[in-house]
Design a protein around this ligand. Structure first.
Ligand code: PMP
Ligand code: GLU
Length: 381
């Protein structure tokens, strides 16, 4: 009964392990859930208030399919003020989270057989979305700094290459591309007329004076080739509200809008009011949370057992480690069974000797995590 296309794709490992961890927890097992990547903080009160107000005001009907004019304007102003990118509101499309935005974009741009370059290690959903849209994911190797190997990138480009995904700060590694590296990538894409799907959902979760650079800010030509993807999910601890967006050339935005108009229509009217209030509220709503992530990341880097090897995360809230080159699926199974630690195997991120832990959990949980990982490594010398 099930189509070949759906049989071919894998379920989302991040969501699956999260489900398993929650099930164990509900059964009374003392599991520390380091799997799913979502802030453990509450959505800021003013944001919640706007949603309550929206309900009271009866703002509970379909909105314009691409998002409300007020929210699109706020996003367009945000992009100009915070990213130096000028997009008119009609170049913005609001969807049900960045995941939905990404999928809409792939549907809008991919012809059957088009190749999309995905630098590994990558977020689990990119390859499957590309496949669902009829494209072919092609993986670029990482270099010694866990950034894409530019020589390999160049060698992958051919007539079928349509687009490349860039995710900085990165899920799962936490690496952040600096301006120079962004520039080097842009030069290659420009030379070959390749679109860049720039997933910037972790732009504000960034440490040690690193700055987020959108590849669209490289040059007017690169801006034309870029689709900026972002969301309120991570920045404002709003994963459940499901609001993401894209900004792109008018032609692409219109195509994305067409896909959305015939499939899901507009995202939730109430969530759009909440997202508006979050974006307008800006930094004061999330700076405390980022400070907390910074402390947790420092704690892990200072206390994890020395046998774990990883790039020091400069952004997002993940740490991606290698332990004695062990196969990640086997390692995660053992961590869950023996130490009740739920982590995600790197195999699903295109790096099977690595394991991802999310430190979007309390300091107390991280102390227990460190303790259990120390026990595990000393038992497995
Ligand atoms: N991109 C990346 C890199 C992510 O980690 C996530 C988290 N799910 C998303 C996109 C999707 O975000 P959203 O919850 O807004 O759909
Ligand atoms: N992006 C998060 C993660 O990687 C949320 C789960 C998902 O949508 O994959 O864990």
């Amino acid at each position: 009964m099930i189509s070949e296309k759906i049989r071919q794709i894998k379920p989302s490992a991040t969501l699956e392990i999260n489900r398993k961890a929650k099930e164990l927890k509900a059964a009374g097992v003392d599991v520390i859930n380091l799997s799913v990547g979502e802030p453990d903080f509450d959505t800021p009160d003013p944001v919640k208030e706007s949603a309550v107000q929206a309900i009271r005001d009866g703002f509970t009907k379909y909105t314009e399919a691409n998002g409300t004019p007020e929210l699109k304007k706020a996003i367009s102003e945000k992009l100009e003020k915070e990213n130096g990118l000028v997009y008119s509101p009609e170049q913005v499309v609001v969807s049900n989270g960045a995941k939905h935005s990404l999928y809409n974009v792939f549907l809008a741009i991919i012809e059957p057989g088009d190749e999309v370059i995905i630098p590994a290690p990558y977020w689990v959903s990119y390859p499957e979305m590309v496949r669902l849209a009829g494209g072919v994911p092609v993986f670029c190797r990482w270099d010694e700094n866990f950034k894409m190997d530019l020589g390999h990138l160049k060698s992958l480009i051919n007539k079928k290459t349509k687009a490349m995904v860039l995710n900085s700060p990165s899920n799962p590694t936490g690496v952040v591309y600096d301006k120079k590296q962004i520039c080097a990538v842009a030069e290659i894409l420009l030379k070959n007329n390749i679109l860049c799907i720039s997933d910037e959902v972790y732009e504000k979760i960034i440490y040690e004076g690193m700055e987020h650079t959108s590849i669209a800010s490289h040059s007017p030509e690169m801006k034309k080739l870029t689709v900026v993807v972002n969301a309120v999910s991570k920045t404002f601890a709003m994963t459940g509200w499901r609001i993401g967006y894209i900004a792109a050339e008018k032609e692409i935005a219109a195509a994305v809008g067409k896909v959305q108009g015939q499939t899901t229509s507009a995202p939730c009217s109430i969530s759009q009011k909440a997202a508006y209030s979050a974006i307008k509220g800006g930094e004061k709503l999330y700076s405390g949370m980022i400070e907390e992530f910074r402390k947790r990341r420092n704690y892990l880097v200072e206390n994890l057992p020395a046998e774990l090897h990883y790039p020091v995360p400069m952004g997002a809230f993940y740490l991606f480690f290698n332990y004695r080159d062990m196969d990640s699926v086997a390692l995660c199974e053992r961590l869950l069974e023996e130490k009740f630690l739920a982590a995600v195997p790197g195999a699903d991120f295109g790096a099977d000797k690595f394991t991802r832990i999310s430190y979007a959990t309390s300091m107390k949980n991280l102390e227990i995590t460190v303790q259990r990982l120390k026990e595990f490594t000393s038992e497995n010398k």
